[in-house]
Design a protein around this ligand. Sequence first.
Ligand code: DPM
Length: 358
Amino acid sequence: MSGNVSISQEGDGKVCRVIRMGTRKSQLARIQTDSVASRLKELYPDVHLEIVAMSTIGDKILDTALSKIGEKSLFTKELENALERNEVDIVVHSLKDLPTSLPPGFTIGAILERENPHDAVVLHPKNAGLTLDSLPEKSVIGTSSLRRAAQLKKRFPQLEFENIRGNLNTRLKKLDEKDDYDAIILAAAGLKRMGWESRISQILGPEDCMYAVGQGALAVEVRAQDKDILEMVSVLHHTDTVLRCISERAFLRQLEGGCSVPVAVHTEVKGSMMYLTGAVYSLDGADCLKDTMQMSVEIDNKVNESAQECVHVGVTANSISSSALDAAEKLGSDLANLLLNKGAKDILTTARNLNDAR
Ligand code: DPM
């Protein structure tokens, strides 16, 4: 065992290991951390789990659009500091909030089975029964995601789009209790985890709005050298989700896009084939480059047995076939290169500059 293991003595004299899980204080973050904690508790009944809650920059700055705050690892930095200082051993994140390159010393040790990755429409109660198609002209849709706004502006030119910030509770409150927005767009996964599935009035399919890289999946971040913890959490990996998310993250990394650029994806695993659709947009959605590539991700049983750890876009998944992981990563970067050859860089640079100037 590594040097930083905490031990606690139970009343009956039994010694058990203490694992500390860091989390943001928001309700969604707590729910996500608790769900991973209960999975771990089932798998390792003798481990004692402790939850340490902290607030992050992203939680403190509530009045600025996410895409305008320069800090790249907005929601993750303080938690990583705590990991680095050995104050916590595990941090649970929404994968889509984790940059494609993690700071040295950290790795994603598990990606759990993805929830519904699509975006959802939540209506102001006065609009019950309507859809984005049937809402009156000039209805105001709240979102501060450049990705959502770009796709939906193009698809629904009769609607208007306004920023909305704050955690999920704040946003639903702003929607319901004021008259500023006719509807807001949120990830279905977050709504479901909060127990608000009944507020979803429409799920947006890929023809309306493709999702963000990693959307709907939970990731467990750990210290890269902490082999005990890495091995412990690795059983949480969900193979299909890992392959899809590695291809999506490789796509984003190759495009050099952060969490605040209009980039969207759609992935499917069917048998041994994986399909990745990726797109980049101008802020108004008028310019769009989109393509699909496929690749065989034969899941042989050749797991990574070399002493050398294999990391794919920040993810350590030694229990999954290394050739499948390599193929998934290559699929993402190949698709990005295809779009880069068609001019994706210009679209993204212009979008970034315009957004910074706003
Ligand atoms: C990122 C984006 C948003 C979050 C940008 C995007 C949405 C920001 C906004 C990278 N992170 O999606 O284009 O609407 O202003 C976030 C949510 C979840 C994780 C909430 C949401 C829950 C779903 C999940 C915020 N991060 O997207 O509705 O676990 O994937």
